[in-house]
Design a protein around this ligand. Structure first.
Ligand code: NAG
Ligand code: NAG
Ligand code: NAG
Ligand code: NAG
Length: 396
């Protein structure tokens, strides 16, 4: 314990300690240095806000086996945060007063319960059946990851910080002892990373896990999710995934771009390649999309519905986290799964996961109401099941 103690001797080194992932800070030590902790927290808050950078890296204590008294940074800071009022509408969350060390408010459980009640009641609505139900097929079982050691199933949905959850589960499964040890290319290599897909098991093993394990997944506002997928796959594409630009985009353009438009195309300020309006038209064309999606294969996971990805009406999940409230949902999930003493989710800078109506309005500003209406129809199940309000400001 000598070295961590020395590291606590100044605020600066304390911050470095945290950023480096120095995990185990003894409770007694923390009590004596709570002032420094607070100061460090605010320094971090300012840095995070300034850089607008999401540090999703999960911190896992180096030695988490049976260290009941050790606390991670986030957990300790829990005590200083005032509980938030539960609000149901995920798009109406005022997060501006949520501190960097926010965590599960005492009444958050009732928010989560109401989400599950809503989900169950929309699932039961027979007139919505075709947009809320799907069969638990191989495609769905491919999306679900298995942590046998702690009896957890996690359905992966894109663009909500899922890589971090996968890293947590990989560590919990024991292949790596901490998150930092997992090579980046290993996170998605499920042959080697010790985080099997549910589809890799036998039928009776699958059934047993679906019946008995803790199951969760994360969702976000469907239209923001579409925008995020579009930006990531067709505009920025930070990872090298050439098929989005070279195969998928041209196929969508061929089928969905209106020919007699944009006479000034060549001198246009618009970027070449897939436009958001092409993408929206493709997504809103339910039968046409089915044909194209077969051709696109697994890549479509980035924009098909949560219903198709995780079968939320056909598998009884224990928690559905919302990206917009991830700062409260993440610690809640860890607690509900019984792993909160083993891992913690990194602090999320306030506002970074908040729904941004201006952004949504900007993206849809040049898209016809008819096409937006069709897109809404396509994602209606996701809106209804997870309590996201119909975007009247775009549709009416
Ligand atoms: C958001 O919530 C606040 C407080 O609950 C409420 O007064 C307001 O009308 C809501 N806004 C919308 C757009 O639902
Ligand atoms: C079921 O969904 C339909 C179509 O959106 C809606 O009109 C109806 O009110 C819903 N029924 C219940 C019981 O919620
Ligand atoms: C669901 O059914 C309605 C009519 O019953 C249809 O208009 C709609 O396109 C269907 N949605 C999907 C996703 O198949
Ligand atoms: C919301 O999006 C708009 C347009 O993209 C952007 O200018 C603005 O800074 C965003 N607001 C927040 C709070 O992130």
């Amino acid at each position: 314990m000598g070295s961590p103690y020395r590291k606590m001797s100044s605020v600066l080194s304390l911050c470095r300690c945290r950023v480096d992932g120095c995990q185990l800070v003894h409770w007694e030590m923390m009590r004596r240095h709570w002032l420094l902790v607070g100061a460090c927290g605010w320094v971090l808050l300012l840095l995070m806000v300034a850089s607008r950078f999401i540090n999703y890296n999960l911190r896992v204590p180096d030695d988490y086996g049976g260290k009941a008294e050790s606390r991670t940074w986030t957990e300790l800071s829990i005590n200083t945060v005032k509980p938030q009022r539960p609000i149901l509408h995920p798009n109406n969350m005022s997060q501006s007063n949520v501190g960097v060390f926010s965590t599960v408010p005492s009444d958050w459980h009732s928010v989560e319960e109401r989400r599950l009640d809503l989900l169950a009641s929309v699932c039961r609505n027979s007139s919505l059946r075709n947009v809320t139900h799907t069969s638990v097929n191989k495609f769905v079982l491919d999306r679900i990851f298995v942590c046998d050691k702690h009896k957890i199933l996690f359905c992966q949905t894109p663009k909500v910080g899922n890589t971090q959850w996968k890293k947590v589960l990989i560590v919990l499964n024991g292949k790596f002892s901490k998150v930092e040890d997992i090579p980046e290319d290993m996170v998605h290599d499920h042959e080697k990373n010790g985080l099997p897909r549910l589809s890799s098991l036998k039928e009776n093993e699958i059934r047993e896990r679906l019946d008995n394990y803790f199951k969760f997944f994360i969702v976000r506002d469907p239209f923001e999710r579409i925008i995020s997928a579009f930006k990531d796959k067709f505009v920025k594409n930070p990872r090298f995934e050439p098929w989005y630009k070279h195969d998928i985009a041209p196929a969508i353009i061929r089928k969905y771009r209106k020919i007699h438009r944009d006479p000034d195309d060549s001198s246009s300020h618009k970027a070449p390649g897939l436009r958001f309006e092409d993408f929206v038209r493709y997504l809103g064309d339910i039968p046409g999309q089915k044909r194209l999606n077969r051709q696109f294969g697994q890549h479509v996971i980035h924009w098909i519905t949560y219903v198709e990805l995780c079968a939320p009406c056909d598998i009884t999940y224990n928690v559905v986290g919302h990206h917009e409230t991830l700062d409260r949902d993440a610690p809640y999930i860890l607690k509900a799964a019984g792993i909160e003493h083993l891992v913690s989710y990194p602090t999320i800078p306030p506002g970074i996961t908040r729904y941004n109506r201006t952004k949504v309005e900007n993206y849809f500003s040049e898209i016809s109401k008819r096409d937006i209406g069709r897109l809404y129809e396509r994602f209606q199940g996701d809106f209804r099941l997870f309590g996201y309000p119909r975007p009247d400001f775009l549709l009416d």
